[in-house]
Ligand binder design. Sequence first.
Ligand SMILES: Cc1cc2nc3c(=O)[nH]c(=O)nc-3n(C[C@H](O)[C@H](O)[C@H](O)COP(=O)(O)OP(=O)(O)OC[C@H]3O[C@@H](n4cnc5c(N)ncnc54)[C@H](O)[C@@H]3O)c2cc1C
Length: 399
Amino acid sequence: MKSEFSDTQLLLQNTLREYLTREIEPLVSDMEEGSLLPYEPVRKLVRDLGLGEETGDFASLLADSAPEDHLGLFLPRIIPIELARVCGGLCLSHGASVGLAGGVIEGRGTPEQKERWGLPIKRCEHIASWCLTEPGAGSAAIRDMKTRAVRDGEHYVLNGSKTFITNAPYADVFIVYAKLRAEGEAKSRTKGETDTVQAFIVEREDPGVETGPPFKKMGFRSSPTGEVFLQDCRIPADRLLGGGIGERDHVRSSLATERVGLQLISYGIMERAFDIALEYSRERHQGGQAIGTYQLIQRRLARMYMALYSARTIIFSDVHAGRRLPASVADICVGKLYIAEMASWVTQEAIHILAGNGYMEEYVVERLARDAKLMELGGGTTEIQELTAGRWLFEHHGR
Ligand SMILES: Cc1cc2nc3c(=O)[nH]c(=O)nc-3n(C[C@H](O)[C@H](O)[C@H](O)COP(=O)(O)OP(=O)(O)OC[C@H]3O[C@@H](n4cnc5c(N)ncnc54)[C@H](O)[C@@H]3O)c2cc1C
């Protein structure tokens, strides 16, 4: 079948897929069972492929590539997709550390913060967590945030707790969002009125930081998730990200990055499920013929492919258009909403085509289905995508 990818893009995709199948796939069951953390495999991957470096195979490919290949945009999309095909959990842990926590330092940090914390995170020497959600603040994470930061001389003191945080049980560095009372504001004002949400760089060794054990969860079992507790956590004033951003946009731009990242993981998961189901439909014989010859199976395959094709079009239209992110808030939200829902649906369909075998761990699709559900919850649930897209369309579309 002719691919819409260019020859260079295809070469990259194949190289990645071969590498991941050879080096990462054999480790997946240990990671899923929890006997192997994803961090050493992530470090090996980053080292072997030269990710996060200015030099190396990928860097020189990028430098030598033709502009129409858009490799600078293609790579950040194809890498998570290929990773998620093999191990969603490893992809999530890597993405939360490098893409979210590292990305926010890269985008908003001071030069010193980029050097001291950003670079080691980018190279996966340090693992990071991006800490927004709290026990009482999920969908309304900013409005209902309880974690507070108070300036005390040359320090900030943080109090609060975060939950459902990817990598938290083992992270070296935490980007913690907290409400900070603006300096010099009258104390008589209503509590919360002058608060801004700020991000702080917290290290595991800082006083007053504790993390809980990894949660036991439905899917993404190879990605540790846990709580972060901050009790009178005193950190130097230079840990305020970007020296203070003074508005909420940095949370929003991280959410945009996260939502696109989740589109890619969703796509990787559903593409793998589709491939497994298609292959199985050719090999499995019932009633004297391959089950794929039955039109009722072909109908399922066609409908699964319809979702896959639409999702791929959404994801790669930005690359072809030369955009790093989708064109609008609504595009980001409906893209995430659609691809996440389709990942859940396609993986369930794959289980159905494999039937009894589909229900067994060995055939992988049950893991893909368990993983897929998170895509409808994390980075803002389905409802939050609908509400955000709807509001944006009402206020901006066509104006
Ligand atoms: C495995 C995993 C990893 C995660 N990793 C991270 C991470 O690294 N960093 C981080 O900060 N967070 C992380 N999260 C948290 C995730 O982003 C939240 O779970 C998500 O935002 C939803 O919040 P909640 O679970 O508190 O649900 P709630 O906000 O309590 O929602 C419960 C239900 O109410 C609905 N609802 C809420 N508000 C509205 C409304 N206004 N209108 C209609 N319906 C509404 C929701 O859609 C949902 O169905 C992770 C979660 C999981 C499960």
